[in-house]
Design a protein around this ligand. Structure first.
Ligand SMILES: COC(=O)c1ccnc(N)c1
Length: 250
């Protein structure tokens, strides 16, 4: 997978050099190219914004720098063998970013992120590139940020961990919160590790039983309990039949 990020704060994406994404890059599983939008400005002040047509507060990011930047990124990607780009536009007015969307994006070969600042990017930029590739306008939650770069980090982290071979244990995805299948729409339950007793607190006995069926049922019940408490809105979406099937597998 190739990721491109065009931003006025390239240093904001430095965390993509560390941890899981950094390791995936070092192993060549992920190519990450961060570009400074101001490299495509030609005036003395490297201007990237201007006042909004129709009036209103704040400033709007101008079409020309974005157009020149995206054309350059596309040319470079194609030249190096990438294909089927998709534009990812982090915005509070986008579709919710979900585990399902993360899975979908992890299956694409090339993602180009355009995190905005100010009041956003002139709409004509999205309209222009929507003629050449799929555009995903994505919100990471019901709140507004000063810029989309933090959302790029969130989306990249969620997508990169799904790439084959990135997470040590391929099974780790199966019980993810929101993962497709029996755990779909359920929050993950609690986890425990050594020591067996800590400040007088012991491990739930079932986890020490070695009975995989009982352990799986306990984990499912704990996931249901946590989901009921924290996300009752998800409960009606659960597929009880999936649990029956899982029970049979136990
Ligand atoms: C400027 O970008 C945002 O404020 C933003 C991006 C993605 N999701 C959000 N909830 C906000």
């Amino acid at each position: 997978m190739r990721l491109d990020v065009v931003t006025i704060f390239p240093e904001y994406l430095d965390p993509l050099n560390v941890s899981l994404v950094g390791k995936a890059r070092a192993r060549g599983q992920l190519g990450v190219h961060v570009h400074d939008l101001r490299d495509w400005t030609y005036d003395r002040h490297n201007t990237v914004d201007d006042t909004p047509y129709g009036g209103g507060p704040g400033m709007v990011m101008k079409t020309e720098p974005w157009g020149d930047a995206l054309d350059s990124v596309l040319a470079d990607g194609y030249e190096h063998g990438s294909h089927e780009p998709a534009l990812i536009v982090p915005t509070p007015s986008g579709r919710p970013f979900t585990q399902e969307l993360a899975v979908h994006l992890s299956e694409r070969p090339w993602l180009i992120f355009t995190p905005a600042r100010y009041e956003g990017i002139d709409r004509r930029v999205v309209d222009e590139y929507a003629t050449r590739m799929p555009v995903y306008e994505v919100s990471i939650g019901d709140y507004v940020l000063a810029g989309g770069e933090a959302a790029v980090l969130v989306i990249t982290e969620a997508v990169a961990r799904l790439l084959p071979g990135v997470l040590g244990n391929a099974e780790s995805h199966r019980d993810d919160s929101f993962a497709p299948g029996a755990m779909a729409n359920l929050l993950e339950g609690p986890v425990h590790t050594k020591p067996p007793v800590w400040r007088g607190r012991e491990i739930p006995e079932v986890l020490l039983s070695g009975h995989h069926g009982k352990i799986a049922r306990w984990r499912r019940d704990e996931a249901l309990r946590r989901t009921t408490t924290n996300r009752p809105d998800l409960i009606e979406r659960c597929d009880p039949k999936a649990f029956d099937k899982k029970d049979r597998e136990m």
